[in-house]
Ligand binder design. Structure first.
Ligand code: SDX
Length: 393
């Protein structure tokens, strides 16, 4: 039921909500968006078509898709003055810090799309955020490596434009590899939406107070950053690099099983999936495809990941706890092979998840019964007692 609060002793109270966007069957490893299985969307559709589906509930006609993609393309630039926000950060700032700051600051520039009670404002804000996230993520990356910003281009599709803004330099032409662009687009699709995960719930909670869309998405980015959530793709690749060779895997499996050791296998386990995360299977196939294309199929990180997965899936502890690879287990291997540093993995997750956050933001605002989210608590503190002045303590 919408608005029903349940209390899990192990976790803070969770606000349930109604939604018609994404369905997950964690026991059977099922993920659908508006009824379409992720396996079909990831292989037969493309990110902006999935974005249309999430936003409007139906697959678009060719004209609807054309109009939508033209609208997104025409909003990829950010206000020229916003570049100075980037220059206020240290070069070594994590790009997620920059994205939280710059996305929140969009509300200071786009006043004609901040009134959540105006349907046109909501529509324009949705398009602007989907269009500008790749530009902001690419600018955060360029700034972190001391290279000049590269402007978006209208002749490139969404994924190719992002790759061009990240890897092109003024000194020479940069040709986007279409297979890499296709893999990038598929990674966006696999991260587009995922029901009421922590960051989406954060966006919904923020939007229930009437905050403007840019502030709500900035809140979602901040939550996604955590290593237990969207930050796991960066943490997972760093873990695989630390393991470095197949013979060291048993040492890390033992650490992950040790209750006294806070170490967790990054990219493994899930709050909902107690079976394979369907996205992880597609990500693994994409990793094989991209690394073979780049001639690095013997990449040691990929070998360690595959052997770690094989060993863990046969280990009684992981079987009993129903721990399987999740979306973050293989994604970093692909992104590293494409040329991204680990610090850009979560910004890419945020870029893609913006479509899901915005779809759920719009869905929630359309609820006529919407009230501000206000989880309650079980009070575990002291009984009422009399104040003691400091000189008497
Ligand atoms: C994402 O919600 C979403 O949908 C998120 C996401 C999305 O698309 O938005 O799917 C994206 O965030 C995926 C998850 C990325 N995080 C990681 O890969 C970090 C490593 N994973 C763990 O931190 C963990 O699995 C969580 C946080 C994801 C879930 O932890 P829970 O809630 O404890 O999972 P659980 O209840 O199923 O755990 C069962 C048991 C527990 O032990 P006991 O309390 O029963 O003794 O398994 C243990 C856990 O401690 N466990 C692990 C483990 N994950 C859970 N032990 C070792 N390694 C792990 N990775």
């Amino acid at each position: 039921q919408a608005g029903v609060f349940t209390y899990d002793p192990g976790f803070t109270s969770t606000a349930a909500c109604d939604s018609a966007i994404t369905f997950i069957d964690g026991d059977n490893g099922v993920l659908t968006h508006r009824g379409y299985p992720i396996e079909q969307l990831a292989t037969e559709s493309h990110f902006l078509e999935v974005a249309y589906l999430l936003l409007y509930g139906e697959l678009p006609t060719p004209k609807q898709q054309q109009d939508f993609e033209t609208m997104v393309t025409r909003h990829t630039m950010i206000h020229e003055q916003m570049q100075y926000f980037f220059r206020g950060f240290r070069r070594d700032a994590h790009p997620m810090a920059t994205m939280v700051g710059v996305v929140g600051a969009l509300s200071a520039f786009y006043h004609d799309s901040t009134d959540i009670n105006d349907a046109h404002h909501r529509e324009v804000a949705s398009i602007r955020l989907i269009a500008k996230m790749p530009t902001i993520a690419a600018m955060a990356y360029k700034y972190s490596i001391g290279q000049p910003f590269v402007y978006p281009r209208n002749d490139l599709d969404y994924a190719a434009n992002f790759l061009h803004m990240c890897f092109a330099v003024p000194a020479e032409p940069y040709q986007v590899n279409p297979v890499i662009a296709r893999a990038m687009d598929r990674i966006f699709t696999l991260h587009a939406d995922h029901e009421q995960n922590a960051s989406t719930s954060t966006v919904r909670l923020a939007s229930s107070s009437g905050a403007n869309p840019f502030a709500c998405i900035a809140a979602g980015i901040a939550c996604l950053w955590g290593p237990a959530h969207g930050g796991a793709n960066q943490a997972c690749l760093e873990m695989l690099r630390e393991i470095s060779t197949v013979d060291r895997i048993p040492e890390y499996i033992a650490k992950a099983k040790d209750k006294n050791d806070p170490f967790r296998l990054m990219g493994f386990g899930h709050r909902v999936y107690k079976n394979f995360d369907p996205r992880a299977k597609i990500m693994k196939e994409t990793a094989d495809e991209v690394l073979a294309l780049l001639g690095v199929e013997n990449n040691p990180t990929l070998q360690v990941a595959k052997e770690l997965e094989a060993i863990a899936l046969q280990d009684p502890y992981f079987i009993e706890k129903k721990l399987y690879p999740n979306v973050d287990f293989y994604s970093g291997i692909i992104l590293e092979a494409i040329g991204f540093p680990t610090s850009m993995f979560t910004p890419i997750f945020a870029l893609a998840r913006t479509v899901g956050w915005i779809s759920q933001w719009k869905e929630q605002l359309a609820d006529p019964q919407l009230k501000i989210g206000r989880p309650r608590q079980l009070y575990m503190g002291d009984d009422v007692r009399k104040f003691v002045p400091i000189n008497d303590r």
